[in-house]
Design a protein around this ligand. Structure first.
Ligand SMILES: Nc1nc2c(c(=O)[nH]1)N[C@H]1C(S)=C(S)[C@@H](COP(=O)(O)O)O[C@H]1N2
Ligand SMILES: [Mo]
Length: 262
């Protein structure tokens, strides 16, 4: 990555953070450790990750909350409107995404395309969880959708499969040397975790555009930036060094950790 691109991205983030400081986090909380949170992820992250891996079973469930604990307003972050989305996306949303398909391919036995009704026909899980953003805020929301494992079982993983890559419809402007669609990736442990779902509903209603309509990932044992919104394609791979800038995700390509455990 050129120094220039990184600077642009930093400026972009700085502008976003400055902008969001003015926003009242209605219904959301600042994390108690907010000032040191990023520091914690940076400096001590290696230690944290080793300790987590040693002490915590990665299959353990994230805490789930009661309906009464849902945040009155759930903050939207990153791409959230027409600015970062392809032309026509908002209109398609208004019509219920008739032409939208989720493409699932890569190291799978039966590549497939799913419509929203295909996904709604699968057994769904509803979970009320806390979303923690690396920028130091958290909100509690309810999510409904099929477990990712159900989709992976449908397509069948080939033995070489190691990671699941989520390709999104949005692009972050100014990040680039060219087109830079948002992407993220997780390993098979998280992919088969029972709380890893593809949510088409938030708080009992169709997922709003700001939160990633029509479909977003919830991977509840990790930080917010892993929860890819505006899903377009799921690719099963055994390496991700040739995707994007090679670190497994848009935020990782800018220096954040690939495993963002909380
Ligand atoms: N496609 C896409 N997914 C994304 C982002 C984004 O900009 N684009 N931002 C990430 C970040 S940093 C966070 S905190 C959450 C925000 O989700 P929310 O808008 O529902 O709060 O989405 C994550 N997933
Ligand atoms: Mo975030």
């Amino acid at each position: 990555m050129s120094r220039h691109a990184r600077l642009d991205r930093r400026e972009f983030l700085a502008a976003g953070i400055a902008g969001s400081a003015a926003i009242v986090l209605g219904g959301c909380d600042r994390l108690s450790a907010a000032p040191t949170f990023r520091e914690f992820l940076g400096g001590a992250e290696g230690v944290t990750r080793r300790v987590q891996r040693a002490l915590l079973w990665r299959g353990a469930l994230a805490r789930e909350y009661r309906a009464a604990e849902i945040s009155g307003t759930f903050r939207a972050n990153g791409s959230q409107d027409a600015y970062n989305l392809p032309p026509g996306y908002i209109d398609a949303a208004a019509e219920g995404f008739p032409d939208w398909r989720l493409q699932v391919d890569g190291l799978v036995i039966r590549p497939a395309r799913f419509t929203l009704s295909d996904l709604r026909a699968l057994p769904a899980r509803t979970q009320i969880t806390r979303h923690d953003c690396v920028e130091g805020w958290s909100c509690i929301g309810g999510w409904t959708g099929p477990p990712l494992s159900a989709i992976l079982d449908r397509v069948g993983l080939r033995p070489e499969a190691r990671f699941i890559v989520f390709h999104c419809a949005d692009e972050l402007p100014r990040y680039v040397d060219g087109a830079n669609p948002f992407y993220e990736s997780i390993d098979l442990i998280d992919a088969y975790h029972p709380q890893t779902i593809l949510a088409y509903e938030m708080n009992g209603r169709p997922l709003p555009v700001a939160h990633g309509a029509p479909l977003r990932l919830r991977v509840e044992r990790q930080l917010g930036y892993k929860m890819a919104k505006f899903l377009a394609r799921i690719e099963v791979v055994n390496r991700f060094d040739r995707i994007g800038r090679g670190r497994g995700g848009t935020w990782e390509d800018d220096g954040y950790e690939w495993y963002a455990g909380i």
